[in-house]
Design a protein around this ligand. Structure first.
Ligand code: ZN
Length: 323
């Protein structure tokens, strides 16, 4: 092997995705290992180090050809020192020196950023944002993640908390509690969890409604975000009302981000973004309604195309940005 490789790691609460990429961002090998949270999470970095060594051996490749490791981590990260401040889904103590620990076990340079920022970098480098240097990425999954790229660089802010789009307040009074400790964040409305919460609230609050979503609710004892979208496509009134509410808040937030940053692209990713036209047409309509006219004409909303690979590709991009 003469070509240099880069390692991309996407750390999750239950699984860790690892990939070897070339320097133009093509994934050459990718695999997953379980995230081992035992004993305050001390095995997490050790296992990643071992998994990389093992795969190199399997492939008959030398570690000397690895430029470094980029990692997306699920929590606020200080990019300069690689400390992860606090993590809800992992067993580490607050202010965990993740970069130092992983460098210790791998003897490779390690660069760490928040997972949503990595997804944004991935989409910029090889995804829906290809070519755009000014881009906002919003990941609508179990939570809502955000990344802002200005002039090709992630905007970090003074303490690494820039781009926390999921925690923009959309319901100032009486909003639902958010994982971050506040109430009424975008995440409480536009995440899969938020959509389920809104739907369940309406199902319980409107006893005279007897539509399709109620049937699903009675059969399964619960509804999922996908059920809401499926029923809405069949014209179910309650499901459509849920989507109107989600699209209003999301479209308004995106318009205000557009008005602040006027990015070339706003890329929507995550499971909820796969809902298609039933959601996105309404998000676009609200964006158009609230965006400043030049923003409306120049900032385009696109759907992420890398799917689950955005994280490892963006993590590898961290290494490329340093080489
Ligand atoms: Zn929040």
């Amino acid at each position: 092997m003469t070509e240099k490789w880069v390692v991309g790691v996407d750390l999750g609460g239950t699984t860790t995705k690892i990939a070897f990429l070339n320097t133009t961002g093509d994934i050459l090998h990718k695999w997953e290992i379980p995230t081992d949270n035992r004993e305050d999470g001390k095995y997490i970095t050790i296992n990643i180090g071992e998994a990389i060594e093992q795969k190199l051996q399997e492939l008959g490749q030398s570690k000397a050809n690895l430029l470094g490791i980029g990692m997306g981590a699920p929590g606020p990260v200080d990019y300069t020192n690689g400390i992860i401040y606090n993590v809800v889904n992992l067993a580490w103590e607050d202010n965990y020196p993740l970069k130092a620990k992983l460098e210790q076990v791998t003897s490779l340079p390690v660069y760490i950023d928040n997972d949503a920022n990595c997804a944004a970098l991935g989409e910029m480098w090889r995804g829906a944002g290809a070519g755009a240097k000014d881009l906002v990425c919003v990941t609508l999954g179990t939570g809502v993640g955000g990344g802002v790229i200005a002039n090709g660089k992630i905007v970090q802010g003074i303490s690494g908390a820039a781009g926390e789009i999921g925690h923009i307040t959309v319901i100032p009074e009486g909003g639902a509690p958010c994982n971050c400790g506040k109430t009424g964040c975008l995440e409480t409305v536009a995440s899969a969890t938020g959509i389920v919460r809104l739907a369940t609230q309406k199902l319980n609050g409107e006893p005279e409604y007897q539509g399709k979503l109620m049937e699903v609710f009675k059969n399964k004892g619960k509804v999922e975000a996908k059920d809401v979208f499926d029923c809405a496509r069949e014209g179910d009134s309650l499901s459509l009302a849920v989507i109107d509410e989600v699209a209003f808040h999301l479209g308004l937030v995106l318009a205000n981000l557009g008005n602040s940053l006027n990015p070339e692209k706003i890329v929507l990713g995550g499971g909820v973004s796969k809902a298609g036209a039933i959601l996105l047409d309404k998000v676009q309509a609200n964006f158009d309604r609230f965006a400043f006219s030049r923003v409306k004409d120049s900032t385009k909303i696109s759907i992420a195309i890398l799917g689950n690979d955005a994280g490892v590709i963006g993590a590898a991009c961290l290494v490329m940005n340093e080489n």
